[in-house]
Design a protein around this ligand. Structure first.
Ligand code: AMP
Length: 288
């Protein structure tokens, strides 16, 4: 119990708690504050972000906030897994300093009327095409988290690759004084990317879920060998559908701009996929 992170529920309490952290972070032995934004239901992927944060910064703050504005009314905001006490145990074991867990009313008080509207990678025609609410919601809440905590580093997973590109560009465009750090995806042994939504999968769905990573890996190898990208993507899409998925997209894009890409020489290339198995929507991606 002794090392349980302090739990902060209001912006006022957060600010008060951050002031000494900032001082400690400026000391010789420290290098500032790292923020790990999450929606809770923590798994080993989130904990990897925390471990990387601990390597870089003297103080680590994890935010846990299921952000209503990035869910469409038809999506799983209400049923999204919430496991606060279990999350706290994991964060205590990792010696996290503070957990920033505001209510929705604290984050979006009565009269809230401002949104951050990202463009560029946020309009690439990938997640944004299927979740038009998503990046506006993410950009607005992440901007608020950044100004609330004022971290020196912010850790994001490559698992949500388009989000990582959007947040990186946003921090640059808005001159936010912090470094966004992307962390490689943590996977199950069979290749399935860890996700809080994997708990929704039935045994049968769980058995076919690694198809996404398998297709990404095989496609990356084929593209590297010089096979035409379009053909590789078409065959990959067909494999995913045959496994029982409803495919939203499987695309080869420029790894930084996320613009469509026709040839390896215009790379670096990132392959990105999103597909539904039963009621669960999974996303994944891989560099070529
Ligand atoms: P979420 O709670 O799903 O919003 O995720 C919080 C952060 O954890 C995001 O930056 C995600 O990209 C990252 N994350 C989620 N799953 C993984 C994973 N399997 N490996 C690494 N990072 C992840």
């Amino acid at each position: 119990m002794t090392n349980r992170p302090q739990v902060l529920r209001t912006v006022t309490a957060l600010r008060r708690a951050m002031a000494p952290y900032r001082k400690a972070g400026q000391s010789k032995s420290g290098f500032g504050i790292a923020l790990v934004p999450t929606m809770g239901a923590l798994h080993a992927g989130h904990l990897k972000l925390v471990a990387e944060a601990k390597k870089r910064a003297r103080r680590v703050v994890v935010s846990i906030f299921v952000n209503p504005t990035q869910f469409a009314p038809t999506e799983d905001f209400g049923s999204y897994p919430r496991t606060f006490e279990t999350d706290m145990k994991a964060l205590t074991a990792l010696k996290v300093d503070a957990v920033w867990a505001p209510t929705a009313a604290e984050m979006y008080p009565e009269g809230f009327a401002t949104r951050v509207a990202p463009e560029g990678a946020a309009l690439a025609g990938l997640e944004d095409k299927f979740r038009p609410h998503f990046f506006g919601g993410v950009a607005t809440v992440v901007t608020k988290l950044f100004t609330q905590v004022s971290p020196d580093f912010a850790m994001f997973g490559q698992k949500d690759y388009q989000q990582l590109r959007v947040v990186t560009q946003m921090a640059k465009d808005l001159d936010l004084p912090l470094k966004v750090i992307g962390i490689p995806t943590v996977r199950e042994k069979d290749g399935l990317a860890l996700s809080s939504r994997n708990v929704y999968l039935s045994d049968a769905e769980r058995a076919v879920a690694p198809t996404l990573h398998r297709v990404l890996k095989a496609s990356a190898q084929r593209i590297k060998r010089g096979e035409p990208i379009e053909m590789v993507m078409e065959e990959g899409a067909s494999d995913i559908r045959h496994a029982g998925f409803a495919l939203d997209y499987l695309e080869a894009r420029h790894a930084l701009s996320l613009k469509p890409i026709a040839s390896v020489k215009d790379g670096p290339i990132r392959l990105l996929v999103a597909a539904k198995i039963g009621k669960t929507r999974l996303i994944d991606n891989l560099g070529v």
